[in-house]
Ligand binder design. Structure first.
Ligand SMILES: [Fe+2]
Length: 346
């Protein structure tokens, strides 16, 4: 297991790099844009392939590295389903798993600091974002924060984990690096309350100034920019309405790039094939399904789709780069398809 805790001293942010082995797939949690060169260097040095980048919540104190990492590695960007950040290509919910080769994170919805705050459990450790900090808790006074929800997230979810679970937060301002659930239960001053009302009272009377970066970071993190805008400009995108007209035509092949859990939860477009995005580099080469389909029936069109159109946009670019000129994608993904009342089967 490869586990690295990286630090951005300007914002006091911890970023985590995970992989099961050298030469394997890697995942990064809460990357900071100014540190992307450093992450990429470490990824190269450890011979890793970055395939997923996760933000625990929409950050107000730094600009996320998700967009830059997506542009450099074509990784999948992950946040919770409540997020309004445009850069996200895979949205998760409580009970889901975020998986890469040899690593599986259990998804816990832990709102309170923000309404899009999630924690991720990896066997003996938990990444708590800003929900639960070392001897502290994340503020709840902006971005739809809610001290009552945070109390519930902490007391009824995080503190229910085994006491020796290692706690890795998104921030620390005093140089603490790791704690345990048991330690925080016993010694975190914010948790020594007798009731939810007492906790709400504490949190509502912190009177903190806004983070220095807030006016810059929040809008920047909401609008990172989409991979699919560039693809649409090249004419490789079709709208949901156009796709609906093509359904059932023998010269059209729809390919779903989402993971199996997403397909099960949100349904699929009838008649579509499945080729997970994580495998797309191989799929567009000779012997891969996408390549062979494109080559077998000249004149046929291959239409990729995913959840929101971001992974499918990157897949079109990969396919076009591999010379498969008959590929395009569904702009806006299954979300746009559902909005246009396209049929979905479960
Ligand atoms: Fe935060």
């Amino acid at each position: 297991m490869i586990f690295r805790q990286l630090f951005d001293s300007v914002s006091g942010t911890y970023t985590y790099l995970l992989a099961s082995r050298r030469g394997g797939e890697a995942l990064i949690i809460d990357p900071v844009i100014e540190k992307v060169d450093r992450y990429m260097q470490l990824v190269r040095e450890l011979d890793l392939k970055l395939v997923k980048a996760v933000d625990t919540h929409l950050h107000a104190d730094h600009v996320t590295g998700l967009g830059a990492l997506r542009d450099r590695t074509h990784c999948v960007t992950v946040m919770g389903e409540q997020t309004k950040a445009d850069v996200v290509s895979m949205r998760v919910a409580e009970g889901d798993k975020v998986q890469i080769e040899g690593v599986s994170l259990d998804v816990l919805y832990t709102p309170g600091h923000t309404d899009d705050s999630y924690s991720y459990v990896l066997r003996d450790r938990v990444f708590t974002g800003d929900t639960l900090l070392i001897r502290g808790t994340g503020r709840t006074d902006f971005q739809n924060g809610d001290p009552r929800a945070q109390y519930d997230s902490i007391f009824n979810k995080l503190l229910k984990l085994p006491e020796d679970t290692l706690l890795f937060p998104a921030h620390d301002y005093k140089g603490e690096t790791v704690s345990t659930i048991g330690e925080e239960k016993a010694f975190n001053p914010r948790l020594q309350v007798k009731s939810v009302d007492e906790y709400v009272d504490v949190m509502n009377n912190l009177n903190l100034p806004n983070p220095k970066m807030m006016d810059v970071a929040v809008p920047a993190n909401l609008r990172v920019g989409l991979a699919q805008d560039a693809i649409a400009a090249r004419g490789w995108a079709i709208t949901a309405a156009e796709a609906a007209m093509m359904i059932g035509r023998p010269d059209i092949t729809l390919i779903d790039l989402r993971e199996t859990v997403e397909r099960e939860r949100h349904g699929t477009i009838p008649g579509s094939l499945h080729a997970p995005y994580s495998d797309i580099a191989r799929q567009v080469q000779p012997g891969g399904m996408v390549h062979d389909l494109a080559r077998a029936h000249a004149g046929n069109r291959i239409v990729f789709y995913c959840a929101f159109g971001e992974r499918s946009a990157m897949a079109v670019q990969a396919a076009q780069d591999a010379g498969l000129s008959s590929t395009c994608h569904l702009h806006g993904g299954l979300a746009a398809w559902k909005q246009a009342a396209g049929p979905v089967e479960h």
